[in-house]
Design a protein around this ligand. Structure first.
Ligand code: NAI
Length: 723
């Protein structure tokens, strides 16, 4: 019999056993080997002492109930280990099932976050009571790491709520629910306001249900909503979310497909067989490249980035209390909302009081929606709005300890507004610009304290986009970098830190993706195929429609400025094949993009995209144009990956984790890759395979695909990219 080291057995005189999850070696409980051994030992003891047990309560001694799978272990799993760990015969699945079917009531007293494996323990309980703690989350987010819940999560959610709800509410999106929303969605049975109340309710359930068992173990049980006769049933689910449809429509995300297959196949067989099916589909995922990529990005890289890998050491943390947001347009309004949501006082300044008020109205609109959906309360709405002061008066900015400028993209205007405010705000206020294209070093010339001046590049829509790119100018000091980093964390966003360069990292690299798509139109490729290639490569946005959103005149302006700068340095300027297409679209056909009413797409009067402009085929078609579909996808991915390597070479980027996270969270590089550099690491054949393929693309499509010398050397040394 193995020993239970991570679960404490506490039995009271009435025969109620509390299983206290408490891994002595970690700050949170995870499904590691010690837990696997412990839960098996608990099942052995429970069976041996069954007659003296009146009920079982799972709860935890940690702040969170249970953190889920042990990703460090998982990323190293070999197929044979994975099968053993999650098989019905031996591992966690078996132990949870033995306790679930012991014949005594089993209750989960969920004292904090229960995600993944943690919620699977709850699912193996007859009754689930969640402590309504702020920030607590409940759900099965495995899909977001390219996995599926393999400790019975698929098998039990399907039996709990039926295939459709299990897939759409829990499994396919990996939604993390607050306790209240978990209650509404049927993930838990009741809430408790305090830990004492939670445990009292658990005991009350045991007293009232001495014979308790799972619905699916009762005679005559049927899966809610019935089971589909046809295995393709899931593909026709009624309210199938569009983004999932896209993922399944050829984009290389194996997890949703395996989850659906496990759910649908598992619904047609008995419980034990369903668990075996679930284990097989899991094994395929956990040992595949996509899950490794996604775990690397969304767990290890994200943790490293948020923990301050790129934050200068030794600078004391400071909290921003009052921020001046200059410009209440689209970006300023979103920045004001995000800061106010984090509890910061915001003074939102524009040229007129009306414009400033309009910027604040944006927060009102977002909050109205949140209240209607039950995501926030009227009181919280009022408090947040009270923190935003709209104004046209510079004097109101007195006492602000940070400034975030988001006026029009114009160097002299930006210089002017900083001149106006720098003596009004706190004398050591952090000075940030949200410019999307202007070099920070040049903007810093307009302020008296260039060491305190820094780029803070938000993405649109600000309230939804999780990334902020911090840009160091030549004269930016370490203290400013650290303060900017802390400010981004304070508003719950993820900061990457880059050195100044035209387009920084994100705008520069996404430009390569767009240019590649546009270049293909110029080569006579069917435009709909270009869009389809982007979707199948896993990009969230189609390439030509994205170009229309950004407007075609913008890259032209940036291109002309870059060209001037390059030529001024005496270097040769190499045009991109996309340039000609963009020039013709703007000059010859007067189609500058969506805001101009026409671009690669046609738009109706309300500005809605209607169809790809038929003129594209007419004007750009070339007889015999033929780009293999695989090349189309890889040209976009490689264009971005190769330019990222150049960013590393030039010192624009200094961290692999920043590159991976920035590419996925800022510019929509496909998440299945684990990020733009992990894409190179994980490419078939590793770095040598990537180099060989880049050379092939260079032969066919141009020098821009020639792999940089640093990459070739790394491949020859047998290395991969790592921080
Ligand atoms: P916008 O045109 O929506 O808003 C600019 C606002 O600045 C307007 O409300 C205008 O009245 C105000 N303004 C002009 N002069 C001012 C002054 N002297 N004092 C105070 N306010 C003044 O522009 P948007 O899109 O919000 O962009 C703002 C900045 O953010 C630009 O630098 C842009 O490049 C950058 N950016 C934009 C992104 C986007 O997706 N639109 C993404 C990232 C950065």
């Amino acid at each position: 019999m193995s020993e239970s080291t991570t679960i404490r057995w506490e039995q009271d005189e009435t025969g109620v056993v509390t299983l206290v999850l408490d891994d002595p070696d970690q700050s949170a409980n995870t499904m590691n080997q010690a837990f696997t051994d412990s839960i098996a030992a608990v099942a052995d003891r429970a069976e041996a002492e069954k007659d003296s047990i009146r009920g079982i309560i799972y709860t935890s001694a940690k702040k969170t109930f249970f953190a889920g799978g042990d990703l460090k272990e998982m990323i190293r799993l070999r197929p044979e280990d994975a099968q053993a760990a999650f098989d019905t015969g031996t591992g966690i699945k078996r132990a949870l099932r033995r306790i679930e079917t012991l014949g005594v009531p089993v209750v989960a007293a969920i004292n904090g976050a229960a995600l993944g494996g943690g919620y699977e323990i709850c699912l193996a309980s007859h009754h689930r009571i969640a402590l309504d703690a702020p920030g607590s989350k409940i759900g099965l987010p495995e899909v977001t790491l390219g996995l599926l819940p393999a400790a019975g999560g698929v098998t039990r959610t399907v039996r709990l709520m039926g295939i459709t709800d299990a897939l759409l509410k829990v499994l396919l999106q990996g939604t993390q629910y607050s306790p209240k929303r978990a209650l509404d969605s049927g993930l838990v049975h009741e809430l408790a306001a305090t830990p004492e109340e939670m445990l009292a309710k658990a005991r009350a359930f045991i007293d009232a249900n001495p014979e308790s068992r799972q619905p699916w173990d009762a005679p005559g049980y049927r899966i809610p909503g019935g089971t589909p006769a046809h295995p393709k049933f899931a593909a026709n689910l009624p309210a199938f979310p569009a983004n999932l449809k896209k993922q399944l429509n050829g984009a290389p995300y194996p997890a949703p497909r395996n989850i659906m297959a496990a759910a649908v196949e598992g619904a047609q067989v008995d419980f034990e067989t369903a668990q075996t099916i679930e284990a097989r589909y899991f094994t395929e995922l956990v040992t595949g490249q996509t899950a490794k990529n996604m775990i690397q990005a969304f767990f290890f890289d994200l943790q490293a980035v948020n923990a301050g890998r790129s934050r200068p050491r030794g600078v004391e943390a400071r909290t921003v209390r009052r921020v001046a947001v200059l410009g209440a347009g689209m970006m300023g309004a979103g920045i004001a909302y995000s800061c106010a949501r984090a509890g910061i006082e915001v003074v939102l300044k524009d040229v007129t009081a009306e414009a400033a008020a309009k910027g604040k109205a944006y927060s009102e609109k977002l909050l109205d929606k949140a209240v209607a959906k039950g995501r926030t309360t009227e009181a919280a709405r009022a408090e947040l709005l009270a923190r935003i002061t709209p104004t046209a008066d510079t004097a109101d900015l007195a006492g602000c300890d940070a400034v975030i400028e988001a006026v029009f993209e114009d160097t002299s205007l930006k210089h002017k507004v900083f001149q106006e405010v720098q003596d009004v705000v706190a004398p050591d206020a952090l000075l940030c610009s949200n410019t999307s294209t202007l070099p920070i070093t040049g903007l810093a010339e307009g302020v008296d304290r260039p060491a305190d001046f820094i780029g803070l590049h938000f993405f649109s829509p600000v309230d939804k986009m999780p990334l902020v790119e911090i840009i160091k100018g030549e004269r930016t000091g370490d203290e400013a970098i650290a303060r900017a980093f802390d400010l981004v964390r304070q508003i719950n966003k993820t900061p990457i830190v880059v050195n100044d360069s035209r387009g920084f990292f994100t705008s520069r690299v996404i430009g390569q993706f767009i240019n590649e798509g546009v270049a293909m139109v110029g080569e006579g490729v069917e435009p709909a195929s270009v869009e389809q290639a982007a979707a199948q490569a896993g990009y969230p946005a189609k390439v030509l429609s994205l170009m229309d959103e950004l407007t075609l005149t913008l890259p032209r302006k940036i291109r002309n400025e870059t060209r001037k700068a390059v030529e001024a340095e005496g270097r040769t300027w190499t045009p991109h094949p996309a340039d000609e297409v963009i020039d013709r679209m703007v000059d010859e056909f007067a189609r500058p993009g969506r805001s101009g009413g026409a671009g690669f797409y046609d738009y109706d009067e309300a500005g809605r995209r209607s169809r790809i402009w038929p003129g594209l085929r007419e004007h750009f078609a070339r007889p015999g144009a033929d780009v293999p579909f695989e090349d189309m996808k890889e040209r976009m991915l490689f264009a971005e990956a190769l330019d990222t390597v150049r960013c590393l070479d030039e010192g624009v980027l200094t961290s692999i984790a920043d590159a991976n996270i920035g590419s996925i969270m800022g510019i929509g590089f496909p998440a299945w890759t684990g990020g733009v550099i992990q894409y190179i690491n994980g490419y078939e054949g590793g770095l040598p395979g990537f180099v060989a393929r880049a050379r092939e693309l260079a032969d066919r499509y141009g020098d821009r695909f020639t792999p940089p010398a640093s990459l070739v050397a790394k491949a020859e040394r047998g290395e991969t990219y790592a921080d």
